[in-house]
Design a protein around this ligand. Structure first.
Ligand code: 4NP
Length: 161
């Protein structure tokens, strides 16, 4: 992460499971530690625009004291390439979609990355989609995203010196 990065966007397909969870986990720590980082999340697909996160994601996050009930899904729009310092996607579908709509390659490669590359550099590992899964899958996604967010916060704090 670059030294001055402070606006982070998380992107997934529907913006109701994975990316709002990442946003909510980050917000929890940002507020707790008063960190100068802004976060947001957005969808590739329009299916759930205007909706709160999936009730299963909300319920599982609440078990861990993370409250994402107030978040509302929105669609990714091309200005987001300019409005954020870093854009983290959950899987290759989101990555390829953003590559297709990016204004140019330079801005895409500078800003867009897989969230799990924070933990496993250059491996392009994916955060699994829990939408058609069960409670266990939502908990697994929580653990994966939480670990990635903790690493992201650590990277940010180190880069701030
Ligand atoms: P998300 O999960 O991309 O993590 O928000 C999904 C949400 C909705 C759908 C698929 C995945 N859907 O097919 O509606």
């Amino acid at each position: 992460m670059e030294k001055n990065s402070k606006k982070i966007l998380f992107v997934c397909l529907g913006n109701i499971c994975r990316s709002p969870l990442a946003e909510g986990i980050m917000l929890h720590y940002i507020q707790k530690h008063k960190l100068p980082i802004e976060v947001d999340s957005a969808a590739i697909a329009p299916y759930h625009i205007g909706e709160h996160p999936d009730p299963r994601t909300i319920k599982n996050a609440l078990k861990h004291n993370i409250d994402i009930r107030n978040l509302i899904a929105r669609q990714f729009h091309p200005e987001d390439f300019f409005n954020f310092d870093k854009i983290y996607v959950m899987d290759s579908y989101h990555y390829e979609h953003l590559r297709n709509i990016a204004p140019d390659n330079e801005i895409f490669y500078q800003k867009v990355d897989y969230l799990l590359n924070v933990l496993y550099p250059n491996q392009n590992r994916e955060v699994p989609d829990p939408y058609y899964g069960d409670e266990k899958d939502f908990e697994e996604v929580f653990q994966i995203v939480h670990n990635a967010c903790l690493k992201l916060l650590e990277k940010y704090l180190v880069s701030c010196g």
